[in-house]
Design a protein around this ligand. Structure first.
Ligand code: ZN
Length: 107
């Protein structure tokens, strides 16, 4: 099938900003043999043709605010002190009960 310039009413795929999905669109307007505007066949919203490109997801304003607040909180906190050294537990010798008995007998 030979590529032909798009015509009004053609059905093409594009990203609908209202539906936030890649959906079928009707070509609504052309400019210099290129699609200028399209109408979503799902919600009938007419918008600029986006070359079927799904826009990069950007973090919401709320998420950005949350992160900056977290940064502020973290910036206000002094670095935690190094943990105290682990107490040195002397290796306890196993009590030699027989030695103890000998010692008591000698008394
Ligand atoms: Zn739509």
């Amino acid at each position: 099938m030979a590529e032909r310039p798009p015509r009004l009413g053609d059905v093409i795929d594009d990203y609908c900003p209202k539906c936030r999905l890649l959906l079928n669109h009707d070509v609504a307007s052309l400019y210099a043999e290129a699609v200028a505007k399209v109408t979503c066949r799902t919600c009938h919203n007419t918008h600029d043709y986006q070359n079927a490109q799904v826009p990069a997801k950007r973090p919401s304003k709320k998420a950005l605010e949350k992160r900056s607040l977290m940064d502020q909180v973290l910036a206000g906190i002094p670095a935690p002190p190094p943990p105290p050294p682990a107490p040195v537990t002397p290796v306890r010798k196993k009590r030699d009960l027989w030695a103890e008995v000998e010692r008591l007998r000698k008394k």
